[in-house]
Ligand binder design. Structure first.
Ligand code: PFF
Length: 454
């Protein structure tokens, strides 16, 4: 096998790779979105469909991303080009990497706005501003925040700076150090909050809300949501995982690591639900509050509970950490590419990228106030960025990656990179990647678009 030389650093160990990729996967998608979409879509039945999607589509595509990254030893743009050329195909496959970089910028811009809200609530909880807050006040407070351009701008800026400081440090000093401390902290916080919610008195109600197998509530639409979400939550289809894979030490198992990452991501989502819903029920609040669940319902719940101020603070710290480690991976592909293409150091790369994503974020946050009336195809800027990335770009990116790894890349290369000794496991992966994943994504992708555009 031809060994490529990389100009980047690699992770200190296989465990660091697992932590970093889990850090990318576990984010706002797990703690904010998964609990409420589960509740709205039939609880247990939805969880089952979601698990099937993770196993049949998410895991095989994640293995393909890591595999291409590690074989190419470069940013997704250059890795796609080289791995395609190595198999005798056009270097234009790099376009998949380009689309990923663009999707990363776009996701970052609205992700950073929501992360800014999290930081604002963290500060408010810390200052004791939300003690015994009533429902009406909570709504006013959240709406007041959205209308306040300056406050949104401050917190969005703080978040961009936090992310860029880590990116500047590079793979070892920045990313690796960050995930080494933040991920264990995240797991401890989640565990503490789970125990807290177990003592709220409504744990079993929360449990049945999430796990009762309520098949009637499951619709075609929920299947679409489950698949779309399994993409977003595993950070697939835009090169984040590919970039992280390119820093993975050679001769470590890709399949085993990916199973671990997918498992941890799912576990965090389930535990987050179990930490949140009992608290909501214990305070007679509505679990189906949708996006407002975390910013309106939860502060009310925490505000009424013993020790709520401290646990509310810990909760927003947990969400903030999760968003932080995810956001880093959104800009890593572009950073790696700038280093390769222009030989830039990480510091100028981070500064340039920081300015670009900061500006995009300003556009996204303006859509709640000064640019509220500005619409693109009927969407506000914020909704447009969310819609196009989650429903179009990520599924499309994932589809291309599955088709590339399954149909274009030479099988000897994937065999070599994955090094799965058990022939049946390799076949199972290969068949799923060639047939199951692309067909499922294509069908879901088309249905999703069709429905949204109606
Ligand atoms: N997986 C993240 C979440 O669940 O919040 C979102 C995300 C991060 C998507 C990084 C894509 C990505 F590259």
């Amino acid at each position: 096998m031809q060994e490529r030389k990389t100009i980047h650093e690699s992770w200190g160990s296989r465990w660091i790779f697992i932590l970093a990729a889990t850090g990318s996967a576990v984010g706002l998608g797990n703690i904010w979105k998964f609990p409420y979409i589960t509740g709205e879509n039939g609880g247990g039945a939805f969880v089952l469909v979601y698990l099937v999607c993770i196993l049949a589509v998410g895991i095989p595509i994640m293995m393909a991303e890591v595999m291409i990254g590690r074989r190419g030893q470069q940013s997704p743009i250059n890795a796609m080009r080289d791995v395609a050329e190595e198999s005798g195909h056009s270097g234009r496959w790099s376009l998949v990497g380009w689309m990923g970089v663009l999707a990363g910028f776009m996701i970052f811009s609205f992700y950073s706005v929501v992360a800014g809200w999290v930081l604002y609530y963290l500060a408010s909880m810390g200052a004791g501003d939300l003690v015994a807050i009533g429902s009406d006040t909570a709504v006013q407070r959240f709406e007041g925040l959205l209308a306040d351009f300056d406050t949104l701008l401050i917190w969005h800026t703080v978040f961009v700076v936090m992310v860029m400081l880590v990116i500047m440090g590079g793979v070892r000093k920045g990313l690796e150090n960050a995930v080494k401390f933040m991920m264990p902290a995240l797991f401890v916080l989640l565990f503490v909050l789970l125990i807290y919610s177990m003592q709220s008195g409504s744990f079993m109600r929360g449990w049945s809300f999430m796990f009762d197998f309520n098949i009637e509530k499951l619709t075609m639409q929920s299947v679409l949501i489950a698949l779309g979400h399994s993409f977003f939550t595993l950070s697939l289809g835009m090169g984040a995982i590919m970039a992280y894979g390119s820093y993975m030490p050679k001769h470590t198992s890709i399949g085993g690591s990916v199973l671990m990452i997918g498992g941890l991501d799912t576990l965090v989502a389930l535990v987050a639900g179990l930490a949140i819903f009992p608290i909501v029920f214990a305070n007679q609040l509505d679990p189906g509050a949708g996006p407002g669940l975390m910013f309106i319902t939860l502060p009310v719940a925490f505000g009424q509970m013993p020790g709520g101020q401290i646990f509310g603070f810990l909760f927003f710290m947990l969400v903030g950490l999760a968003a932080w480690t995810s956001a880093i991976s959104l800009v890593e592909p572009a950073t790696a590419w700038l280093t390769e293409r222009f030989g830039w150091h990480r510091i100028p790369s981070s500064l340039v990228l920081g300015v670009i994503i900061w500006l995009l974020g300003v556009a996204a946050l303006s859509s709640f106030n000064v640019l509220a009336d500005f619409k693109i195809f009927g969407f506000t800027i914020f909704d447009f960025l969310d819609f196009t990335t989650a429903n179009i770009m990520l599924p499309l990116g994932g589809l291309f990656i599955a088709v590339f790894a399954g149909w274009f890349m030479k099988q000897v290369h994937s065999r070599e990179e994955l090094a799965i000794s058990n022939a049946i496991w390799f076949k199972a992966w290969y068949i799923t990647l060639r047939y199951v994943a692309p067909v499922a994504v294509a069908v879901i992708f088309i249905l999703n678009l069709y429905e949204k555009l109606q």
